[in-house]
Design a protein around this ligand. Sequence first.
Ligand code: HAM
Length: 425
Amino acid sequence: MKHARPKGTKDFVPPESGRKQWAEAKFRRRAELYGFREAVTPTIEHTELFIKSSGETSDVVTKEMYTFMDRGDRSITLRPEGTPGITRALLENALHLPCRLYYIGPMFRYNRPQKGRFREFYQLGVESFGEASPQVDAEVIALGSEFFRGLGITDCESQVNSVGCRECRPPYHEKLTAYLVERQDRLCGDCRVRTVQNPLRVFDCKEESCQALLADAPRAKDNLCSACAEHFMGVQEGLKMRGVPFVINDRMVRGLDYYSRTAFEYISRSIGAQDSLGGGGRYDYMVQDFGGPATPAIGFALGEERALLAAQGSAVPEPQLVFVVALSENERPAGIALLNELRAGGISARMDYDSRKVQKQFRAADTAGARYCAILGGNEVAKGTVALKDMKTGEQREVARRELIPKLIADCRTQIAECRMGERE
Ligand code: HAM
């Protein structure tokens, strides 16, 4: 083969593309149920946008961005995440607050590809602006957790933490830095740099020796100011009120720099080392840092490929394609009329125009994954019927043309209902 896709990218072709559509439709529905509306923003942004928000010391900005100079000598970056672009769009379009937006789209990070980790991947995200109550944090966390449950993912754990605010973080950083400096000689090289640049990042280190050392390190959640502590309590109460199970993970700091107060992640143990199905948190300073008014904000992004991996066992409704088969050229015009009728009735339909032979038409129906063949011979045309062949069972029976569409619609509903039963919603 002459061409292969770039490393770390993925093709979505049928039936996988159908599963992707299914997940996205569920996400849209769930987000809209919570009053979020869709925002579509560019996949490219000015590089500075991410440096100013995702963080000058974050891995995403320092190691993973696809950045290039365009022909007009501007530094452009393929978005590594959606939050900064959505925040920019909120301000640039002067949207009224409070404002709830959701998005679905590709993100780009130059990292080492592995199971569940790509260089181009899709995120499903929500962002709420202008709502400060901890009840909103609980709603947002609940939304993601319900979405995963709706995909049939049963082992998703919601982990929550609080990373404090600009009041309580500096004294906490000092405390943590002092703790780390005292033990510097036992830290890995990376963590020594992290101690100086952003001590919280040390919690992300995968080295066992560093993790062991952190066992007694001061935690953000134990060093919150009273307003942050109260907010964190409110989030936990909100989750309990909504019946969302959660665990507190006081080592979770998230990989991006903009978080304040609530940080959370959805973890699944069934998808390998890249076990974060999604994550998010509050970022109450971003709008102001971008030149807007002080505006609280919270959101999440879910990894679509990882969600699909975790939902592998779930049944997804398949498209109900009907293949029209003309037994001879005489029935072609009636076949074309039937195609139109089916499509007008909302049923997907195709016909093989290239083959005269009936066997070849059936083979084409098979290749297309048709659920039924609607066969037209001279008799059927004369009587106003079709011979409907079920391609799964091989059964064939005569159906009156006027009953055909209601019957196919009813079948489609049954299939959707069967899939739903498997979802444990
Ligand atoms: P993030 O934790 O960097 O947060 O990414 C969110 C999710 O995207 C991850 O949990 C994972 O499921 C998925 N993901 C990240 N990188 C990759 C990759 N290389 N391949 C496949 N999936 C990946 C954010 O992006 C924030 N913008 C979330 C947010 C929204 N915070 C507030 N609002």
